[in-house]
Design a protein around this ligand. Structure first.
Ligand SMILES: [Zn+2]
Length: 243
């Protein structure tokens, strides 16, 4: 007999099914990415009416059938309702959700990815940082969680840890001043390099707590966004709105 389990997670996507139901994709701490059927979620008074929407974060009570989950009720701690009232903010938010769905895996430990997504949406909601910077930090940290980030701690050619004044997309990491004339790469300032390293090594709780000067911020954003989209060929639909 099936029994209910409680999962902590965030709704990434909700699609109407039939007249009254929804199919939702949730990134959960315990089971990774799951798809759940929310019966009657479009009827007023239904237990899942408010919860079966993108950004809803909290505890979801589900039961596991043969091929899919069914969500029966939820205890939502944050709906991120702000996203619905600010189009530009929502565009960033949907991009973060889409990326979490693209990289999230079923039956895997996705607690870090979920925490990153949640923290990022909070920072976006509170407007404590420019949105482009939030986006770049989220993209860079996503690479770290995926375990496929560039080597920014030593020269990709000779392995030295000093004079790391250049970065190469092609070599996927830093190049030192001695190797740069042959290996190529564009200049990267010490402050931008430090920011790149900080985002990779910092805990998610402290991720959004640093400040950059305008110049360094521009450099950081440009390097990350260029690298991320060169490395990742996938076309994220929600990026069309970000321009
Ligand atoms: Zn070198």
């Amino acid at each position: 007999m099936a029994f209910n389990i409680v999962l902590t997670g965030m709704v990434l996507q909700a699609t109407p099914v039939g007249d009254y139901d929804k199919r939702i994709v949730i990134l959960t701490k315990e089971r990774g990415l799951i798809t759940a059927f929310a019966k009657g979620a479009r009827r007023s008074g239904n237990q899942m009416l408010a919860a079966a929407n993108p950004f809803a974060f909290g505890q979801f009570e589900v039961y596991q059938g043969k091929n899919s989950y069914t969500a029966v009720k939820a205890d939502i701690s944050n709906y991120f309702r702000d996203m619905a009232n600010d189009f530009d903010k929502a565009c960033y938010g949907y991009y973060f959700l889409e990326m979490a769905e693209y990289y999230g895996q079923e039956n895997a430990d996705e607690s870090e990815r979920l925490l990153l997504l949640y923290q990022t949406c909070r920072v976006l909601e509170q407007e404590v940082m420019p949105r482009d910077l939030i986006r770049a930090i989220y993209e860079w940290k996503t690479l770290a969680i995926n375990g496929e980030y560039p080597n920014i701690y030593e020269c990709r050619v000779c392995g030295k840890k000093e004079k790391l004044h250049f970065f190469s997309d092609r070599l996927q990491g830093c190049v030192c001043s001695d190797c740069q004339p042959k290996a190529g790469g564009f200049g990267v300032s010490d402050s931008a390099l430090y920011a790149l390293q900080y985002v990779i090594s910092s805990s998610i709780q402290k991720l959004y707590s640093f400040k950059l000067t305008d110049d360094v911020q521009r450099e950081f954003i440009e390097l990350v966004i260029t690298y991320f989209h060169k490395y990742e060929n996938h076309e994220f639909k929600s990026l069309d709105f970000l321009g």
